[in-house]
Design a protein around this ligand. Structure first.
Ligand SMILES: [Zn+2]
Length: 85
């Protein structure tokens, strides 16, 4: 996993990105306390376990993956046919 921080709230998380559609995020801190966007939703009555992730954080991850700052492990975990050896 790689460490990344949300460009909006500065919250630090660990990210694993296997493909453009698969991203797993591990919070290093209590999301409800460290992310204003989470806090706002929880305050509005949404349980934090139902909040997929902070939209700003998702954007940060996409940007990092786009500019190469975040490695995607797709090539390692999914061998490409015809490129053996
Ligand atoms: Zn955030």
């Amino acid at each position: 996993m790689q460490e990344l921080s949300c460009t909006s709230c500065g919250n630090r998380v660990l990210v694993d990105k296997y493909s453009p559609t698969h991203t797993s995020i591990q919070w290093l801190t209590d999301a409800e306390k460290s992310c204003p966007r989470f806090a706002a939703q929880v305050e509005a009555g949404v349980r934090s376990m139902w909040i997929p992730t902070c939209p700003a954080l998702r954007e940060s991850i996409d940007r990092a993956a786009g500019n190469g700052a975040l490695r995607t492990d797709a090539l390692r975990s999914e061998p490409i046919p015809g490129r053996l050896g």
